[in-house]
Design a protein around this ligand. Structure first.
Ligand code: PLP
Length: 369
């Protein structure tokens, strides 16, 4: 031991990897403030505000009876149902603890300190976290002024060191969906040995007809992997179930990186039951999409510059006024997500959106008059 090692501060601070200093921690959406006489609304985590499907709740109760045993590690019943729904084969699917675990696993199988990871920014906050943790150099390609991926700049950013590229459609937090033809043009420019992840956490809410269709794309591009989740449209964020669709070699790689027995029996059963009610899930996503369109339209009518909204949230590019807008919402018992460059508002109950519209109107009058 050297003298420095034995000093009290060195002794009380374990040496952690330097890579930890290169990215911020994940910050979850806040809960709303409790204010007397005002119903609180949490519009900060893109959760599904509709009540759970009763059949899914029943399946959970049924599968809560056997906590002593490990779940089926291969999630076979759920993968079978997914394979049938999506028209893919079992070896093209892996089920994980949310799409979050997939992002970690994907980074582990592609990235280390010798590689670069390319992703749009602003986008999902886990991208800097997982790629940064792997020690990869993070190439954050700014979105266009419309909050869209700059696929031209992303293609130009590819080098020999590129290990992973992430696309997010619809993009969290700005909202626009990628178009199918632009993704094909992009993928045609990506070398076949570079893995591209298409994060489709919100695909069920997207309504523009020419949106990117991951399932068709993954058939045509063996270096593409789709990330999907039961957290958003299925309304099962608390149960932690996600899945990837990719060609078998990619799935084999992911299987080596995921945590064994991560998805509980109860979660697998709930996801399976939710898949059985696929039409109801898609109907509800459609209902949320309609509320989103009406909300975005009302904000635009107030004069706000709202980018194309294709998921279950709307983005207000407030820049420096973001914190003040968040505070105005907090005062009214509404939690929104302030991401520094703007504020993301999840689609919630009609009363919640009505309250936000009133806040937004008063805010404009005060700050932008
Ligand atoms: C919510 C979200 C995920 C993953 O959520 P899980 O709950 O881990 O499945 C992935 N990507 C994006 C863009 C998200 O918004």
């Amino acid at each position: 031991m050297t003298a420095a090692d034995s000093s009290p501060s060195a002794a009380s601070t374990p040496r952690l990897r330097a890579a930890l200093n290169t990215f911020p921690p994940y910050v979850p959406g806040k809960p709303p403030r409790q204010i007397e006489g005002l119903r609180p609304y949490k519009l900060s985590s893109n959760e599904n505000f509709l009540p759970p499907l009763p059949e899914v709740l029943e399946a959970m109760v049924e599968h809560a009876k056997d906590p002593a045993n490990y779940p089926d590690d291969s999630a076979l019943a759920l993968r079978r149902a997914l394979a049938e729904r999506l028209d893919v084969s079992l070896d093209e699917l892996v089920v994980t603890t949310g799409a979050s675990e997939l992002l970690v696993a994907l980074t582990q199988i592609t990235s280390d300190a010798t590689t670069e990871a390319i992703y749009p920014w602003p986008s999902f906050e886990m991208y800097p976290q997982t790629t940064g943790l792997a020690g990869a150099e993070r190439i954050e390609v700014p979105l266009t002024a419309e909050g869209r991926h700059d696929l031209e700049a992303m293609a130009e950013a590819i080098t020999e060191r590129t290990g992973l590229i992430i696309l997010c459609s619809p993009n969290n937090p700005t909202g626009p969906a990628l178009r199918d033809d632009e993704v094909r043009d992009f993928l045609d420019r990506v070398p076949a040995h570079v893995l591209v992840a298409l994060d489709e956490a919100y695909w069920e809410f997207a309504t523009v007809p020419d949106r990117a269709r991951g399932l068709g794309l993954v058939r045509d591009y063996p270096n593409l992997v789709l990330l999907r989740t039961f957290s958003k449209a299925h309304g099962l964020a608390g149960l932690r179930v996600g899945y990837a669709v990719a060609h078998p070699p990619v799935i084999e790689g992911l299987l080596k990186a995921v945590i064994p027995f991560g998805v509980t029996d109860l979660s697998q059963a709930a996801a399976l039951e939710s898949l059985r009610h696929w039409d109801a899930v898609l109907d509800r996503a459609q209902q949320i999409a309609e509320a989103r369109d009406a909300f975005a339209k009302a904000l635009r009518a107030q004069g706000w510059d709202v980018p194309e909204a294709q998921a279950n949230f709307v983005w207000l590019p407030l820049g420096e006024a973001s914190a003040a807008f968040e505070d105005a919402c907090v005062e009214q018992a509404v939690a929104v997500r302030n991401l520094g460059e703007g504020v993301r508002i999840s689609i919630g109950e009609p009363e919640a959106l009505e309250r936000v519209l009133q806040i937004a109107k008063a805010f404009r009058a005060e700050h932008f008059a």
